[in-house]
Design a protein around this ligand. Sequence first.
Ligand code: PDD
Length: 280
Amino acid sequence: RIVYVNGEYLPEDQARVSVFDRGFLFADGVYEVTSVIDGKLVDFPGHAARLERSLAELDMPSPMTSGELLAIHRELVARNDVTEGMVYLQITRGAPADRDFVFPDPAETPQTVVLFTQSKGLVDSPAAQTGLKVISIPDIRWGRRDIKTVQLLYPSVGKMMARRAGADDAWMVEDGFVTEGTSNNAYIVKDGRIITRQLGNEILHGITRAAVLAFAREAQMQVEERPFTIEEAQAADEAFITSASTFVMPVVSVDGVALGDGKPGPVARRLREIYIEQSR
Ligand code: PDD
């Protein structure tokens, strides 16, 4: 596989990042995951805009324009023959000479920019047929989840808690309400209404979320942006998650309680179809 590191396209085993990189030592970096369908990037402008916002919120300069970033995305997709999968992009505050909690001067420490691709079947996912089982776990992440940082230890631990409990993923709960999934936004459907938490610092502003809610509204579906509880989810007709790597994925049980008939629901299936069709 060919990866991109700081201006160079290299075979993955020749790519190098410093041990002093602040992404490695402090999780001082931001990232984006853009999906690829039929060799084309899905919603690149949305991801580029969120990246700009994440960088600005952390006082990091933009290392290049979104046009330049787009060109690198396309080049990697072409060089690695990706027809379906994703492009991962990470920008960190770079590698100063010494480990120091104080941010280095950006003029003296260039940022580290890394991109790589992962080929993976996303459209014909078996999980879309069966649906996911989720468990609830407390949300103990930091308070700026709207910034897409590479601090992913707790989401990773949460996914493992789900796996050990015989489930697929975890929904995180704060002050009695679901925030989001470990790497996705969370939704329930009750009496035809789609309910998902409103935007704020408590969740990542999903690019897939924005697209799916727009498609739902265009299709005359009712959308309520407000918090919901695990009890409300367990009493819902259906549920689903969204992310760049799963698109729309049905959820069929919450903490062991089956939703509806325990199969993927019609709203989730329809939104998945619409999303994939519109992304082609
Ligand atoms: N995760 N919430 C969290 C905590 C996420 O990590 C993600 C994405 C989302 C959905 O955002 P989007 O629709 O823009 O992908 C919501 C990516 C896919 C990841 O970490 O792999």
